[in-house]
Ligand binder design. Structure first.
Ligand code: GDP
Ligand code: MG
Length: 599
């Protein structure tokens, strides 16, 4: 395909504004899937089970469409669907680097939201041409004129040619396709130059092994070609070249401007680095392409198998997940209470939850996650500075001169009615207001907050105090010295390293008390009394006691009904599997995160 008839584009939007629905319509309108194949399948591109359930897009997906435009020419349109949530910004930046343009989808009944801004700024940074698309104009509450004005005021984009659509009913989908062809630039590239292809993404397929998503800049990738990964120098032979329509379809080769996949019998996940440049082994390019910025995890937690025999399986699963998600980091770690496991780094708490759920579903692993922690900087008396990813590793306080914690700059959009609640929440979390402005009837509050106060449940709280109307986005904003203490949790006198956490001194007592109360609810009664304590160093700041249990669980089954009795015992066994022994005390796995949520 000549470059002039290729368009590579992303769809960027705030969550729920209709990206995935629009992607489905585009696939349908260009006939990439038949009516029968589309039937009953919402959101063809959200193919991860978890994505369907949560209604969010996690992995960026790509699909190649053929579109016969009004000018009589047939164009190849490569669409990349992108995730909208703040934790997946890294996926967004990768998709953007593979495209020349973006559709900015804004829900005409809602208007600009926090991630609308965050994503569109990323697209602008990537040098994209942007076509504003106002979606959901079928809704009675849609106000396309007001929202256009908002896009002009807040983002500064010209909206005189904005496309008004309903992705749900299919209204004006052709308008979107024509805008893509007419207004987005064609890619540039040189077919005769040495091959340069951007490694956009890679994942593990149980049948095909490692699959690599590529965007060709110069030259070609062909079946049988010897390729070289420029960052590592490893060489492979291409088995298969293909495109997503959206089903995988083999082609002979991919040329400049094109997007597609290759397989090359790659076994070691370490060989595929997202952002790497793939070149020809015999006539290599001199310089690699500008890759992506490496992602920096901001939240860490320990993941341990409930069953110690699953350690190798966990290692293997993590390496597969890492291949599928370059923003996820992990390294081995041991815990006195939990044995062998891994310390894992995430871009945020949602990211953490998603990875945890994927591990249990896709890899069938029973895991314990320790309390999430941000990365603290410890300034030691000897002048050295240490990064601390895990509060359990904190050295003796007498050796520490001072501690710094990471801060974020958060942008929150919220309807006026809920502004008071949001400001109260931010203040309670040690936030400092940086700016407060109005966009129509919505307030835009900019706050600086310690990340530590945000990782546990800030997002949930934000949603609940605004009845779901507030939207939130953040950037890292440096480190600051702070009066932080480590709080240890003791169960019957033994510290549980996996439950220790850092808090600001002013909140230590309150948090300690809360957690003891929580644990009292979360740890089932056992045959003896259990003391739960929170302590700073050797000073106990809170205590709760769980009374002893005396009854046999099967006692209430009156002997008679054997099958019911067996069921109860099995259920109890199942429950056991999800518990962890600490000394004599069993703690259910769910307690570890639940205990640390605040209210
Ligand atoms: P995404 O998070 O941006 O991918 O959004 P989705 O495509 O998953 O859409 C979010 C919700 O909005 C879904 O319930 C869709 O059915 C609905 N939706 C999407 N487009 C429209 C539209 O044009 N009109 C209406 N009424 N609902 C829509
Ligand atoms: Mg989606």
């Amino acid at each position: 395909t000549p470059l002039s008839r290729i368009r590579n584009f992303s769809i960027v939007a705030h969550i729920d504004h209709g990206k995935s629905t629009l992607a489905d319509r585009l696939i349908q309108a260009t006939g990439a899937l038949s009516e029968r194949e589309m039937a009953g399948k919402e959101q063809v591109l959200d193919n991860m089970e978890l994505e369907k359930e949560r209604g969010i897009t996690i992995k960026a997906q790509t699909v190649r469409l053929d579109y016969k435009a009004k000018d009589g020419e047939t164009y190849v349109l490569n669409l990349m669907d992108t995730p909208g949530h703040v934790d997946f910004a890294y996926e967004v930046s990768r998709s953007l680097a593979a495209c020349e343009g973006s559709l900015l989808v804004v829900d005409a009944s809602q208007g600009v939201e926090a991630q609308t801004l965050a994503n569109v700024y990323q697209a602008i940074d990537a040098g994209h041409e942007i076509v504003p698309v106002l979606n959901k104009i079928d809704l009675p509450a849609a106000e396309p004129e007001r929202v256009k004005q908002q896009i002009e005021d807040v983002i500064g984009l010209d909206t005189s040619d904005a496309v008004e659509i309903s992705a749900k009913t299919g209204l004006n989908i052709e308008g979107v396709l024509e805008a893509i062809v007419a207004r987005l630039p064609a890619p540039e590239g040189d077919a005769a130059a040495p091959t340069k292809a951007l490694l956009v993404d890679s994942w593990y397929d149980p049948y095909l092994g490692v699959i690599i998503l590529v965007r060709i800049k110069d030259g070609h990738l062909r079946r049988g070609q010897r390729i070289r990964m420029m960052s590592t120098g490893t060489v492979h032979t291409i088995d298969q070249v293909g495109v997503f329509r959206p089903k995988m379809q083999s082609v002979e080769s991919l040329g400049p401007g094109e997007m597609g996949y290759i397989t090359a019998a790659i076994k070691t996940v370490a060989d595929t680095n997202v952002g790497d440049t793939i070149t020809d082994d015999r006539t290599p390019a001199a310089e690699p392409l500008a890759g992506f910025k490496p992602s920096i995890p901001v939240v860490w937690c320990g993941l341990y198998p409930v069953d110690a025999d699953d350690f190798e399986k966990l290692r293997d699963s993590l390496s597969k997940l890492r291949l599928n998600d370059a923003s996820f980091h992990y390294e081995p770690e041991t815990s006195a209470a939990l044995g062998f496991g891994f310390r894992c780094g995430f871009l945020g708490l949602l990211h953490l939850e998603i990875i945890q759920e994927r591990l249990s579903r896709e890899f069938d692993l029973d895991l314990i996650a320790t309390a999430p922690s941000v990365v603290y900087k410890l300034h030691m008396n000897d002048g050295s500075v240490q990064d601390m990813h895990n509060p359990a590793d904190m050295p003796d306080v007498v050796r520490i001169a001072h501690i710094e914690e990471p801060w974020i700059k958060a942008t929150i959009f919220v309807p006026d009615d809920y502004l008071g609640n949001i400001l109260a929440l931010c203040t309670e979390r040690r936030g400092r207001q940086a700016d407060l402005t109005y966009v129509g009837s919505r307030a835009m509050a900019v706050y600086r907050l310690p990340l530590n106060e945000v990782v546990f449940d800030f997002y949930d709280r934000l949603k609940s105090v605004s009845r779901g109307y507030a939207s939130f986005d953040y950037n890292m904003d440096g480190y600051e010295e702070s009066d932080l203490v480590k709080i240890s949790i003791l169960v019957n006198g033994d510290p549980v390293d996996a439950l220790s956490f850092m808090a600001h001194r002013s909140q230590a007592e309150k948090r300690g008390r809360q957690i003891c109360e929580r644990l009292k609810e979360l740890i089932p009664k056992q045959l003896f009394k259990i003391a739960i304590q929170a302590a700073i160093g050797s000073r106990v700041i809170a205590r709760e006691t769980i009374g002893a249990l005396s009854k046999d669980v099967t006692a209430k089954c009156y002997g008679g009904d054997i099958s019911r009795k067996r069921k109860l015992l099995e259920k109890q066994k199942e429950g056991k599997k999800r518990m962890r022994q600490f000394g004599k005390v069993e703690i259910p796995q769910s307690a570890f995160i639940a205990a640390l949520k605040m209210d």
